[in-house]
Design a protein around this ligand. Structure first.
Ligand code: FES
Ligand SMILES: [Fe+2]
Length: 344
C-alpha cells in the first residue's frame, strides 16, 4: 500500500530541465505530472492525463497560455487547468467548457530548484508551508547526476542518511576503509521538517576534504520528504551537495545529486569530484538493488542504537507530519537536540 508523505513539496527538477515552451512528463508518488514552462517563463504543473480520453498532455503543445492535448486539441489553462476550448464543438453547442478541469499542482521555482506541492485533497490545497530553503542552490549546478533506484522511497531515504554503511558499501582507498572505522560523536538538532548534523570539522579519514585546503566545516541537513544537503564551508567559500530522492511509485525512486559551488579550487578538481560522486552514488544504488532481494518478502526491519537513530527519526517525523496535517495543527518536531555516538 502506498504510504507517501503528502501535503508536502516534492522536488520536481531544476530550472534548466524545462525550457520556455517545453513540457515533460514526470511521475512523483504515483502521480503522472506534466511539468512545463510557458513561453514567458513561468513553470506550471498539471496532471498528465487529459480528462477527455486520457492522452498525455505533455505530448501536446503550449498555445496562448494553454496546453493543447495532442489527441483532439482540447485546451487547458496552464495556471488553473480549466478547459478553454473544445475544437470539435460547433458554436451553438451548449457545453460549458469552464466546468471541465484538469488537476493543477501548486508549483514554485526557488533559485535553481523546482518544487511541486502534492496534497491528499485532489482538489488541490493552498500549501501552508514553504519548500525547503536551500539558498545556495541558485545557479547552474556544476555536477548533475540522476538515475533510478530500484527500491521504495523509505529505504532510499534511510539509506541516504545512514552513517553506518560507509566503510562497507563505499570502501575505497581514497575515501575510507573498514580499518579506518572509529568512534564518532555528532551533534544533531531539529530543523523545520527535518534535522541537521550541526556544523563540524569533517572526520580526519575523509581524504577528499584534504584536497580542498583550509579548514572546512560541514553541516548535513535532512528535509522531509527526501532531501539531504551537505554544505561544506572553507573560509568564505561554499560547496553544496544536494541529494534528493523522490518516489516514482511504490517500487521505484529517483535520486538526483547536484553540486553547487563558488570555490574555484573545487572547479579544478571537478572531473575527479564528478567521477567520485558518481561512483559513490552507484555503490548506494547497487546495495539497494541487493536489499530488494530481502525486501520482497516484506520482513520487519531493526533500527538499532545511535547508528540507526536517523532512520527512526525519519519515520517519526513522517508520522507526525501526517498526523499534524490530519488534525489541522502545527507540526511538532519529535527530534530533540542530542549527540549521537556510533562507529563509522
Ligand atoms: S484525449 Fe485529450 S482532447 Fe481527447
Ligand atoms: Fe551511501
Amino acid at each position: 500500500m502506498s504510504d507517501f508523505v503528502m501535503d508536502i513539496w516534492y522536488f520536481a527538477g531544476i530550472s534548466k530541465d524545462v525550457k520556455p515552451g517545453e513540457m515533460h512528463r514526470i511521475e512523483i508518488a504515483g502521480e503522472p505530472i506534466n511539468l512545463g514552462r510557458s513561453k514567458s517563463g513561468e513553470v506550471f504543473a498539471m496532471r498528465d492525463i487529459c480528462p477527455h480520453w486520457s492522452a498525455p498532455l505533455s505530448k501536446g503543445r503550449i498555445v496562448d497560455g494553454t496546453v493543447e492535448c495532442p489527441y483532439h486539441g482540447w485546451r487547458f489553462g496552464t495556471s488553473d487547468g480549466t478547459c478553454k476550448a473544445i475544437p470539435a464543438l460547433c458554436s451553438e453547442d451548449k457545453t460549458d467548457t469552464q466546468k471541465i478541469r484538469v488537476r493543477t499542482y501548486p508549483i514554485r521555482e526557488v533559485g535553481a530548484l523546482i518544487w511541486v506541492f502534492l496534497s491528499k485533497d485532489k482538489k488541490g490545497e493552498d500549501p501552508k508551508v514553504d519548500p525547503p530553503s536551500i539558498p545556495f542552490a541558485k545557479n547552474k549546478p556544476i555536477i548533475d547526476d540522476i538515475f533510478m533506484l530500484d527500491c521504495p522511497m523509505d529505504q532510499a531515504v534511510i539509506g541516504l542518511m545512514d552513517p553506518a554503511h560507509g566503510p562497507f558499501v563505499h570502501q575505497n582507498k581514497w575515501w575510507r576503509t573498514q580499518g579506518s572505522m572509529h568512534d564518532k560523536a555528532k551533534k544533531f538538532e531539529p530543523r523545520p521538517l527535518g534535522f541537521a548534523m550541526a556544523a563540524h570539522s569533517p572526520s580526519s579519514n575523509s581524504f577528499a576534504y584534504k584536497l580542498l585546503g583550509g579548514k572546512p566545516t560541514t553541516e548535513i541537513t535532512f528535509y522531509l520528504p527526501g532531501a539531504r544537503t551537505e554544505e561544506i564551508k572553507v573560509g568564505k567559500r561554499t560547496i553544496l551537495s544536494l541529494t534528493i530522492v523522490s518516489p516514482v511509485d511504490d517500487e521505484r525512486t529517483t535520486i538526483r545529486q547536484l553540486f553547487f559551488t563558488d570555490m574555484l579550487k573545487f572547479k579544478m578538481i571537478l572531473p575527479l569530484a564528478r567521477s567520485g560522486a558518481r561512483k559513490f552514488l552507484r555503490q548506494d544504488r547497487d546495495i539497494m538493488a541487493l536489499q530488494k532481494m530481502g525486501l520482497k518478502y516484506n520482513p520487519k526491519q531493526m533500527y538499532v542504537g545511535d547508528a540507526d537513530a536517523q532512520a527512526r527519526w525519519y519515520f517519526v517525523i513522517k508520522k507526525e507530519w501526517a498526523k499534524s496535517r490530519a488534525e489541522g495543527r502545527e507540526f511538532v518536531n519529535p527530534v530533540k537536540p542530542q549527540t549521537l555516538r556510533y562507529r563509522s
